[in-house]
Design a protein around this ligand. Sequence first.
Ligand code: PLP
Ligand code: COI
Length: 362
Amino acid sequence: MNIKITKTLTPKAIPTDESALGFGRIFSDHMFIMNYKADKGWYDPRIVPFGDISLSPAAMVLHYSQTIFEGLKAYRTQTSGSSDGGKIQLFRARDNFKRMNLSARRMVIPEIPEDIAIEALKELIKLDREWVPKSDGASLYIRPFIFAADPFIGVRPGSEYMFVIITSPSGPYYATGLNPVGIYVEENYVRAVKGGTGYTKTGGNYAASLAGQVEAQKHNLAQVLWLDGIERKYIEEVGAMNIFFVINNEIITPELQGSVLEGITRKSVLELCRKWDMKVTERKISIQEIADAYKNGTLQEVFGTGTAAVISPVGFLKWGELAMEINNNKIGEISAKLYQTLTGIQYGKIVDDMGWTMEVCD
Ligand code: PLP
Ligand code: COI
């Protein structure tokens, strides 16, 4: 692929206080863009200064939400033991672009070969390498997305699309960092149903989740735990994470049935736990089973998994009138081990014997 590069003439100051990055607020100097037309396929791959893009007010995405996205991170390795050097690497990037194509098929969006997307991303990161944070816990969050851009008000799949990658130096997703978060079990709204789009990363899933999130915030809780859309009984996932429970030393996560996103962190956790010979199960699990385990003292740990959040211990779960404090609102042993191992591999502090990392540049 021949990527045309136009460098910014007005580089921005790169944040020096990495402890104050927050999540998703600051953007690096450049972005990758590629266009699609039905009669041309994908064309004009380019890296340009980060900035506004112009769209017709009739652009189809603005009306009918035909859009998909991904979320992954670039890390600066710390093998040298110092925090100011190392290489830049990606974590399971190919899986993200595979999932982007899975989302594309469901949303009738043209696919992008994974190798092309990875090449585009690597070129972008190489150019903006100074934007990859250097400190532990901080990384370059990467947001690839595709949307329908045709100016047309009828309902049909678009015939013109844009693929864009933007990057954002970021710290922890939750302001609380690795401290446990509180979660609200939503009983009125549902996020997804089987046959719908729950297994994809499409904007509409997140728009549909906002009312629940507002409800959670009213209770001073960070996120929503979604139940299945039919019986409102079985646990699905959290707003931006998959969810795991440890009951009687069994690690349980809801099975994938089409309404839950197959998280790459979820998959990594399952693979690690199986490698460690832990008892791990993907199955239906009801909120009642969690409440029962809480009451009889066998609920040991709850944690969420996601690229942005890594491993996020859940210290508090509110289901109707039942307020469950988990593991004294402290991070559990298994959550901590998973966090150390995953971030250890991501930051190059632990040898990657799983083949999960991909080097980008020095
Ligand atoms: N579930 C939802 C709804 C998400 O938005 C995310 C974040 O991407 C996840 C789960 C976790 O997926 P991953 O581990 O691939 O980041
Ligand atoms: C991620 O974990 O990468 C996400 O996409 C979560 C969220 C910001 C939507």
